[in-house]
Ligand binder design. Structure first.
Ligand SMILES: C[S@@+](CC[C@H](N)C(=O)[O-])C[C@H]1O[C@@H](n2cnc3c(N)ncnc32)[C@H](O)[C@@H]1O
Length: 340
């Protein structure tokens, strides 16, 4: 069977790469032999820090997990089953589902099926709205299982306590956070504007050689969760947190940063002037926006133009489209380098 063989010290790096590229074989579990770790592969590609080979032994088979649909036959018509969305978001032990229009009357039956199918979850909620308002909050409704909206989520070896209504959090940004952590050079000082419950701060602290990471968050509840999460992960030495408005706090810090992360799609651009004033020559800015794929180039030009007007021209290093936010609209990260 096709496998990636890696030294144990590289296991986490290789695993993350395989997850990101969707290369792990879904039917088998990884195994260790003579001090090496072997990952079962779905297809053959070059993998950094690993050797790709045909393993002579067999991998332990993964137990086939039942699907929610398996528990819904007889309760939903074939037509209704087709309406069920294929992707859900799991945050810690809570599964967030969408109930399609027309199935509202059966929402509890559907939620109970998801709960039965997934041993890792304790609660199923439905999301009612997209994140909105200054704090980017949304409402969810508990449909099945334990009546809670708070959970502990594990992401890339970091624990995050989150509350689905009190503060923004998206589990879908896991790959994006690691993408940024990988670019960091030893000793960097990083500013994470809009730091929320702390996912960027903690991933950067755990997976990058940054010297110090500064986070600023306006929502007092999100800030409290971030403080708790720093303790939970025992990472207080590298992270400094402030609660308040980025526009007020950044100038008060009187510092310039090597890297600035701006995860506030929709209105993040309005804070570009604040970021540019806190940037050095060669600072990297990661600015998130929402736009349609065909508008990415135009959006990049607009951002470059804005920076020029602030007398801090930037080079657009790359634009990285991420998850879909609304029909045809994607989250895009623009990686910018300040030129002077
Ligand atoms: C999209 S969320 C991202 C949170 C976090 N970085 C994450 O990825 O989970 C944006 C966050 O920015 C915060 N925020 C909005 N405007 C702000 C401002 N002017 N100053 C500081 N924080 C702000 C919101 O409260 C929200 O928690």
């Amino acid at each position: 069977m096709l496998a990636a063989k890696a030294e144990l010290k590289n296991a986490e790096k290789v695993k993350q790469f395989l997850i990101r590229k969707n290369l792990l074989h879904p039917d088998y579990l990884l195994t260790t032999e003579f001090g090496y770790i072997y990952f079962p592969l779905a297809r053959k590609v070059n993998i950094p820090n690993a050797q790709v080979l045909n393993a002579r032994f067999s991998f332990p088979a993964r137990k086939k997990m039942p699907k929610a649909e398996d528990f819904l036959s007889g309760k939903l018509t074939a037509q209704e089953l087709k309406l069920l969305p294929h992707s859900q978001e799991q945050v810690g032990k809570i599964l967030i589902i969408e109930i399609p229009e027309g199935l509202e009357k059966k929402e509890r039956v559907i939620a109970a099926a998801y709960l039965k199918a997934n041993q890792q979850i304790e609660t199923v909620v439905k999301k009612d709205e997209v994140h909105e308002g200054e704090y980017r909050l949304r409402k969810v409704k508990v449909l099945a299982g334990r009546n809670t909206k708070e959970t502990i989520h594990r992401e890339s070896g970091v624990l995050l306590k989150v509350h689905l209504e009190k503060a923004y959090f998206s589990a879908r940004l896991v790959g994006e956070r690691m993408r940024i952590a990988k670019q960091v050079k030893r000793g960097e000082e990083i500013l994470v504007m809009f730091s929320g419950v702390g996912p960027y701060l903690l991933i950067l602290a755990k997976h990058s050689p940054a010297a110090r990471i500064y986070g600023i968050e306006m929502n007092p509840l999100a800030h409290q969760y971030a403080l708790e999460n720093i303790k939970l992960n025992n990472l207080p030495r590298k992270i400094v947190l402030y609660q308040g408005d980025v526009r007020k706090i950044v100038p008060q810090l009187g510092k310039r940063f090597d890297r600035i992360v701006m995860p506030l799609p929709k209105t993040g651009e309005l804070f570009l002037d604040v970021a540019l004033k806190a940037a050095k020559k060669d600072t990297i800015i990661h600015l998130y926006t929402f736009c349609r794929k065909e508008e990415i180039k135009q959006e990049g030009e607009k951002i470059k133009q804005m920076c020029k007007q602030w007398k801090r021209p930037v080079k657009l290093l790359r634009s990285v489209p991420g998850g879909q936010y609304a029909p045809y609209t994607f989250r895009v990260c623009f990686d910018l380098k300040v030129l002077n």
